[in-house]
Design a protein around this ligand. Structure first.
Ligand code: MN
Length: 723
């Protein structure tokens, strides 16, 4: 066989596929993934990685005896690998992480809300991921690449597979030398990809996922006892000043999507980005926290919800909502509060299946879930992740006023979500945003400004309707909106320099607002370190509910013995004194919490080291026990004193309005809904400058009525009785 003909043989074709796949795999490794490749050794390993498992997979096509089928098999295997690569590239742009089996399994549930922003995440260079396959198929069709009709024995295919497997083993050996126990201590997925490549990472993840499914089946009550003793020891007694201060009040939780603490009091072009939230932050009736961190993992928004309402962490991988939320037993805020006579609801302008909420909320004990079905649906009413915030708040009133008081309600806003798109009509002509080179950064301030206005309109209504004086209002940001890739452009906006930006700065960017506001509440800005995990015990104590019997991994922020440390899902720990990264490694990296100066481990005294090790152990245990609790669904073995579990099947989110109306009518003069107290609807108290409504004020009422008619046959009467 002449050497020049090699490319026209079956093995030549195999080589073409492997080389082109390797080329785009490496392109992605360098241009799309931020793997932090530093020394030449790491570069060498990454160049090796595509010739291992990826080549082994494509080589399976060589075993097919019939020539045409063999070519097609190799192409299909290459295509499957390419799809995996491409999906990871797109996912990485948004989440700074790689796809796991759990995420893929739950994609159908998440993707319903992701469509628009996925398109926004595509880049022209992505064509390079597909171009090789297109060209190869074209060359095959044109006969430029001929199908090699000779037959080969198993042994030559085996030789190719063996060569690939040898590369894989060599790759793993070199990785092990450079980074021992890589697969045992997986604290960061990017390390596995960096040292073993995407295919090996995915295969490893499949193996891990299969193993965790078998773990759940072997759960036992002893583990629960271990966890209970851990959380009991961690319990912090409530402050005598605040315990029961909001007893019997309505609770209104406003979830500010992707809202970071640095936005508070930030001025751009001389103007405040969020003037209303700033005024609340400074109000003497607001307890604000300026050292409060989000602690979400891959479950993002749903992780924040989970922490705030169940007092347990999200998972190390995937989302509690999507992977466990349908089956698990929870002891969540709506359920705990129902024992005190509360009615609960969520208002959210996205589809109910997003993050599996329609199932999880039943297990959380929510009476009502008002998803996109309950709100207007005109083309211009939605953007990005659903109904625009101003419309969400204003259209929620006709439902809110029907709820029996006291109520616990949550508003999940969506407009301030990456890519922070907004229609021109919704932009405040008086607010000028930044003009950095990063459009994401510029947009972020526009949507944050819009969100601020939406919250202000809602507050104006709360005052006007009288709900304000009976309500405790909690406002928080769920997680970061701008990711590390935006820091270069962001640095100058917040008075920093991109050149001196450190991982300490990135960690400080994970602060989000947490504010508790109530008429007459003794407020102030609290500087103690805290996080989302601390929210549930804080709320319960304010409402005068003891929390010790519940499994909470955080502590009351207002308690004198509040634990002043937070742990992130990736193991980063922040205390009043230190910021600690790499806490799972032998020598964690330390920074001074206020100056950001690195602290060398060896400069610490023996006593300091010992205390730090103890602290790290405790925080990592906290994550570990929370994972154990959720992964094995251990709360099904535990009923706290005074807690009556709900039947999730008792809830039906399709007939919310009918249910509320029926309750009001049955209660008669005992009805505590705002509608009853007011002797009719309060929707006319709501003022919004939402551009969508300007031209169809009258029209929208009729649209709503028609819609409510569908959901509830007797609604039309409510309008005539309004005053
Ligand atoms: Mn979110």
């Amino acid at each position: 066989m002449k050497k020049s003909n090699f490319w026209q043989t079956r093995f030549g074709f195999f080589a073409i596929l492997v080389l082109t796949f390797a080329a785009k795999d490496l392109f992605a490794a360098y241009c799309d993934f931020n793997l932090g490749l530093s020394d030449p050794y790491q570069h060498f390993i990454i160049w090796l990685s595509p010739f291992g498992l990826a080549a082994a997979i494509i080589s399976l096509g060589l075993y097919v005896p019939r020539p045409l089928l063999s070519y097609i098999s190799m192409l299909v295997l290459d295509l499957a690998n390419t799809v995996l690569l491409f999906a990871n590239i797109v996912y990485y742009r948004q989440f700074n992480d790689f796809l796991t089996i759990k995420t893929i399994q739950n994609t159908s549930k998440v993707s319903q809300g992701l469509g628009k922003s996925t398109v926004a995440l595509l880049k022209p260079q992505d064509i390079l991921i597909w171009i090789d396959l297109i060209i190869i198929v074209a060359l095959l069709l044109l006969g430029k690449i001929k199908i090699d009709q000779r037959s080969y024995g198993i042994s030559s295919a085996f030789a190719a597979s063996s060569a690939a497997c040898f590369m894989l083993v060599l790759n793993m050996f070199l990785a092990e030398t450079s980074r021992p126990r890589l697969l045992v201590n997986t604290f960061d997925r990017s390390y596995v990809v960096k040292y073993l490549g995407l295919d090996t990472f995915t295969a490893y993840d499949m193996f891990k996922s299969a193993r965790s499914n078998s773990v759940k089946k072997n759960a036992n009550a002893d583990e629960l006892n271990q966890i209970l003793s851990f959380t009991q020891q961690n319990y912090a007694k409530p402050s005598s000043t605040y315990f029961g201060k909001a007893r019997g009040k309505n609770v209104i939780v406003i979830h500010l999507e992707s809202f970071q603490q640095f936005l508070i009091n930030l001025k751009i072009n001389g103007q405040e980005v969020t003037p209303f939230l700033n005024s609340l932050y400074k109000s003497k009736h607001t307890l604000a926290f300026d050292n409060f961190y989000h602690q979400v993992g891959l479950g993002r928004t749903s992780d924040a919800e989970n922490m705030l309402e169940t007092g347990t962490f999200g998972l190390s991988d995937g989302s509690v909502f999507t992977s466990l939320g349908s089956e698990n037993t929870f002891q969540a805020a709506p359920q705990i509060l129902r024992q005190r006579g509360y009615t609960s609801a969520v208002f959210h302008g996205n589809t109910g299946t997003f993050w599996n909420r329609n199932e999880v909320y039943k297990n959380f004990g929510y009476n009502y879930f008002f998803d996109a079905n309950y709100f207007s649906n005109e083309k211009n009413d939605k953007i990005g992740y659903g109904l625009k915030d101003k419309l969400l708040f204003s259209e929620s009133i006709k439902y809110l006023e029907q709820m029996q008081q006291p109520f616990y309600v949550k508003y999940l806003t969506v407009t301030n979500h990456i890519p922070f798109d907004m229609d021109d009509d919704d932009k405040d002509p008086n607010f000028k945003t930044t003009s950095t080179s990063d459009q994401t950064v510029n947009n972020y301030f526009l949507t944050a400004h819009y969100l601020d206005q939406a919250v202000q309109e809602f507050f104006t209504y709360l005052h006007k309707s009288g709900l304000y004086k009976n309500s405790l209002i909690i406002i928080y940001g769920d997680h970061y909106g701008l990711s590390d890739s935006d820091n270069d452009a962001l640095a100058s906006v917040i008075g920093k320099s991109a050149d001196d930006w450190t991982s300490y700065d990135s960690i400080k960017m994970q602060k989000v607002p947490y504010m508790i506001h109530m008429s007459g509440l003794k407020g102030g800005i609290n500087h103690e370190v805290g996080g989302e995990i601390d929210a549930l015990p804080t709320l319960l104590h304010l409402l005068g509910i003891k929390s010790q019997q519940y499994v909470n991994f955080g502590t009351d922020l207002l308690s004198p013995s509040h634990r002043k440390a937070v742990v992130f899902r990736n193991g980063t720990i922040v205390t009043q004194k230190y910021v600690i990264t790499g806490s799972r490694s032998k020598r964690p990296s330390l920074y001074d919490a206020s100056s950001g100066q690195p602290i060398a481990w060896k400069t610490l005294t023996a006593g300091q080291k010992k205390r730090l090790k103890k602290l790290i152990k405790f925080e990592l245990n906290s994550l570990h026990f929370s994972d154990l609790l959720n992964n094995r669904n251990l709360l099904r073995f535990y009923t706290p004193a005074g807690f009556i579990p709900d039947q999730p099947t008792q809830f039906d989110y399709k007939t919310n309005y009918q249910q509320m109306e029926k309750i009001r009518k049955q209660a008669g003069s005992q009805s505590t809904s705002l509608y009853s107290q007011n002797g009719g609807s309060t929707t006319s108290d709501y003022q919004t400058d939402a551009s969508e409504l300007k031209n169809r004020r009258d029209e929208i009422d009729s649209v709503d009525l028609a819609k409510l008619q569908k959901l509830s046959p007797s609604t039309s009467k409510s309008k005539t009785s309004s005053k």
